[in-house]
Write a protein of this length. Structure first.
Ligand SMILES: Cc1cc2nc3c(=O)[nH]c(=O)nc-3n(C[C@H](O)[C@H](O)[C@H](O)COP(=O)(O)O)c2cc1C
Length: 309
């Protein structure tokens, strides 16, 4: 399965594990890269020195390419951007904003820059800013979301840019990957399925909620704040949505979710924690190693794509 993405990133399969706050740490990133995909460390709001340590630990576990997801809205972003260069990381994906101000530094250091976008306009802007590829992420995804579906967003982004496009949002098996490739994507990024990987440090309670989830078990909180997030339904989402309906202030809503992803990932609090996951949770049936996940997805996609003519 060679595409411009495998050439660009130097990996065996065009399968990327999404950068995920708290979840995408070095065990997961290294396991995905070792299995032939691209593992990403999710820098999120971690202090720069923690990101440096994560990068070093990943390197101890794999000599294959891996990357870092930099959240541009984070006040630490300029320092994290520098740490990436200092540590010789060659792949960066960016979320929440325009990486323009770091582009020159990254390009000079030979970093491949892949912004995550949720619209055609952002994809075009990123291409003009010098991005090497984009991740087009639909609102089926877990975590922060845009407003377009993967099915409609990916082909429109493919038509709008000449750089390769990676599809994300709702892809969890070979059928999803094959569909994404048929839409013109040259790779896929998965988040939710990798949350449940054996190598993922996520608490078993959280993994179990994903494994048991049905198609309709995710909710979008934060629509009213302009920062919508897809999570699995629990007491926290019920309280949040009730407050939102009553017109609660941004601060009140923030109070409810403060530290809630950590609560879910580390403490396994499935009641008050933020169980970020996408609609694809309904497709995730068991815990598997990253190698099993990647092989199953790629083999399934290959078989479907082979019969397409
Ligand atoms: C728990 C969780 C945390 C996430 N955190 C981030 C993040 O910090 N930065 C980011 O760019 N995307 C984040 N995402 C989105 C993923 O990187 C990925 O694009 C998305 O999960 C793909 O959709 P899927 O969940 O349907 O596979 C997160 C997703 C999940 C499930």
């Amino acid at each position: 399965m060679k595409t411009r993405i495998t050439d660009l990133l130097g990996c065996q399969y065009p399968v990327i594990q999404g950068g995920m706050a708290w979840v995408a740490e070095y065990h997961l990133a290294a396991a995905v890269s070792e299995a032939g995909g691209i593992g990403l460390i999710g820098a999120a709001s971690a202090p720069p020195e923690v990101v440096r340590e994560q990068i070093r630990k990943t390197k101890e576990l794999t000599d294959k390419p891996f990357g870092v997801n930099v959240m541009l809205l984070n006040p630490n972003a300029p320092e994290v951007a520098k740490v990436v260069v200092e540590e010789g990381v060659k792949i960066v994906t960016t979320g929440a904003g325009n990486p323009g101000k770091f582009m020159e530094m990254w390009k000079q250091a030979g970093v491949t820059v892949i912004p995550v976008v949720a619209s055609v306009a952002m994809a075009k802007m990123m291409e003009r800013a010098g991005a090497d590829a984009v991740v087009a992420e639909g609102m089926e995804s877990g975590g922060h979301i845009g407003s377009q579906t993967t099915m409609t967003l990916v082909p429109q982004v493919v038509d709008a840019v000449t750089i390769p496009v990676i599809a994300a949002g709702g892809i969890a098996d070979g059928r999803g990957m094959a569909a994404a490739m048929m839409l013109g994507a040259e790779g896929v990024q998965m988040g939710t399925r990798f949350v449940v990987a054996k190598e993922s440090i996520v608490h078993q309670n959280y993994k179990e909620r994903i494994i048991k989830a049905k198609d309709i078990d995710s909710e979008v909180t934060g629509m009213s704040t302009g920062h919508p997030i897809r999570v699995l339904r629990n007491q926290m989402t019920r309280e949040y949505l009730k407050l939102e309906k009553e017109g609660a202030s941004f601060e009140e809503l923030e109070q409810l979710t403060l530290g809630s992803l950590r609560k879910a990932v580390i403490e396994g609090d499935a009641v008050h924690g933020s169980l970020m996951a996408g609609q694809s949770a309904g497709l995730v049936k068991k815990e598997q190693t990253c190698q099993e996940i990647i092989e199953e997805v790629v083999t399934g996609a290959r078989a479907l794509l082979a019969g397409r003519k």
